[in-house]
Design a protein around this ligand. Sequence first.
Ligand SMILES: Cc1cc2nc3c(=O)[nH]c(=O)nc-3n(C[C@H](O)[C@H](O)[C@H](O)COP(=O)(O)O)c2cc1C
Length: 201
Amino acid sequence: MEWRFASKHFDQNKQIPEAELKEILEATRLAPSSNGLQAWKFVVVTNAELRLKLLPVCFNQSQITEASALVFFCARTDLMGENGVINRWVQLTKKEQNRTDEEAAKYKVYLEEGITRRSESDSVNWVQKQVYIPAQVLILAAADKGIDSCPMEGFIPDEVAKVLELPEYIKPTVLVSLGFRNMEQPKKVRFAFEEIVEFRN
Ligand SMILES: Cc1cc2nc3c(=O)[nH]c(=O)nc-3n(C[C@H](O)[C@H](O)[C@H](O)COP(=O)(O)O)c2cc1C
């Protein structure tokens, strides 16, 4: 955690080996989510042309073209219906954990009720909050391998979705750029432990 920092510049001559990139993405896939739903999609961009198109909609941040890979953490809002995340998740759980039809049907109703009692914007907010967890897993899994990163919210989500040609139910929420640092790590600035951590023993 001391070694990791949000790098603004990456060495353009050093690429993350594909096998390592896949390994840290596999760790990311195992991140926890509310009810295990995984209402997310990780879009990994390495293509140079695509990055140039992304640059202006990411406020021209240097990481967009310098990083070895960009991982856009997107929230899925297609939760309901036959092909929705909930039904697919319930069917998969049933198969993998040998649940009965009755258990699966009950679970589906429970999960769908959780969505219908929220407003649409609350549901979108709920799935968007969750993608920050795999984003953090990616950052730590990368650091464990000596790979640098920068979490980034500095982009225009609707414009990024257009460039990446994403369907409207896939919402880019946070981006993690990955690569090898090409700058000195600045001194970490954090509030004191006693100010941040409060024990109630
Ligand atoms: C949600 C989130 C969004 C961020 N967005 C950006 C960004 O768009 N561009 C950038 O250069 N850094 C961005 N950062 C990096 C922070 O500025 C950085 O983590 C913070 O200043 C603490 O520094 P450190 O990570 O180097 O310890 C973001 C960090 C987080 C957690």
